[in-house]
Write a protein that binds this ligand. Structure first.
Ligand code: PLP
Length: 406
């Protein structure tokens, strides 16, 4: 059984008030709160087990290395990857996708080659590809979302042409909550010898992910959304792609020998992890993933599905609220605007007065905002600790905002 009250009790921040009201934290799409086990793991790492990793031969360095390296296996288990050496540890999705752009795509693509993107990508899965467009003459081909906010996998597959080298799409939209059939896209792309990068920043938080089943080449996640520390993350890189990829950052740890006239590199995945990493952040990420797996990803997904259905029915009852994206397969992320002139920022300020934390703005999704024809939206994004009664508080606060702006 999923005891949400017990789970809430494990997140210290959830018991605080904001503006004199109990906190209703609905900004999980931006960053999630941390359970006590993660906070304790960070404290323990700094107060008892800290030293640099992979370097010293002393006790603490060996212990920190052991704790840090164990996370590679934890991430592999969490993402359904058999070989933990296909996991590169990093600071988050932005770094992961940039590594693929600089380290793999710059090596493998030629001017005039094509990368397919959907219009609902986060800037982290757009801007690195613009770098390649600007610097190498790579062509970006965009696939639109349907009117209900879904992304038709077949439309993505049909967009693959003779010059396509990479399909880079999100697994779950951070604005609409739309879930994409990345397994179908990966299978079709593989048949055509096209690589697939999946931005799993949102999906991996809300549903079980098995990369072995998906069959993609790259899958990026970010720790701070996974109830772990900011500055932590990981990317899966299929072994064959790792062999094609060059390190995009040079420095300590990623080399074997350095001489005046040549260097030799460490084995993968260390070869792609230059410099002192986010040691404690990564250890905290491992604890967060263990926590999610112990809770059960199926159970988290089922709880959030219930919240999603409930929120959908309540928000649908507000005929002055325009919810963007109503795809059938959708996570508990709701972006909306209100009829009338109220700006998303004003709405979120009113919600904040009621203790309700949502995000307002473009959500790092400029092309999607253009596609939807809106300048900004409010976004309520749910997590493993949210409840139906918090949906009710959100709806009450929205009604207040509507009254004020009507
Ligand atoms: N991709 C998606 C879908 C996101 O929601 C985010 C974060 O908002 C990112 C990428 C970027 O993640 P980070 O800033 O942690 O690197």
């Amino acid at each position: 059984m999923y005891d949400v009250d017990q789970i809430r009790a494990e997140f210290p921040i959830l018991s605080r008030e904001v503006n004199g009201k109990p906190l209703v934290y609905l900004d999980n799409g931006a960053s999630a709160q941390k359970p006590k086990v993660v906070i304790d793991a960070i404290t323990r790492a700094y107060s008892e087990e800290y030293a640099n990793v992979h370097r010293g031969l002393h006790y603490l360095s060996n212990l920190a290395t052991e704790r840090y390296e164990a996370v590679r296996g934890t991430v592999a288990r969490f993402l359904g990857v058999r070989d933990e050496n296909e996991i590169v540890l990093n600071s988050g999705t932005t770094e992961g996708i940039n590594m693929v752009a600089y380290g793999w795509a710059m090596e493998m693509l030629q001017p005039g080659d094509e990368i397919i993107l959907s219009v609902m990508e986060h800037h982290a899965n757009i801007v690195p590809w613009h770098f390649l467009r600007e610097r190498m003459g790579i062509h970006l081909k965009w696939v639109e979302t349907a009117a209900d906010g879904s992304l038709d996998a077949q439309a993505v597959i049909d967009a693959i042409g003779p010059r396509t080298r990479l399909v880079a799409v999100t697994h779950m939209s951070n604005v609409l909550g739309t879930v994409v059939d990345v397994t179908a896209i990966s299978a079709a792309a593989r048949d055509r010898d096209v690589a697939v990068l999946i931005d799993g920043s949102q999906a991996a938080v809300h549903m079980p992910v098995c990369i072995d089943d998906i069959g993609c080449d790259f899958y990026a996640v970010t720790g701070h959304k996974l109830y772990g520390p900011s500055g932590s993350g990981a990317i899966f890189v299929r072994k064959e792609r790792m062999q094609e990829m060059r390190p995009f950052m040079g420095g300590g740890d990623m080399i074997r020998e350095v001489h005046r006239d040549f260097v030799t590199y460490n084995d993968a995945p260390m070869k792609f992890e230059a410099g002192t990493p986010g040691i404690v952040q990564t250890i905290g990420l491992g604890t967060a993933l263990d926590y999610m797996m112990a809770t059960g990803m199926d159970k988290i997904a089922a709880h959030e599905k219930d919240l999603c259905c409930y929120a959908r029915s309540r928000l649908d009852g507000l005929n002055w609220l325009n919810v963007q994206g109503q795809a059938k397969d959708k996570g508990a992320i709701f972006s909306f605007t209100l009829d009338g002139a109220a700006h998303a920022h004003d709405i979120s300020t009113i919600l904040d007065k009621r203790g309700v934390a949502v995000r307002a703005g473009q959500h790092c999704a400029g092309p999607l905002m253009e596609h939807l024809g809106v300048s900004a939206t409010c976004r309520a994004s749910f997590g493993m600790y949210n409840t139906r009664s918090e949906v009710d508080v959100l709806v009450d606060a929205l009604e207040l905002a509507h009254e004020l702006f009507a």
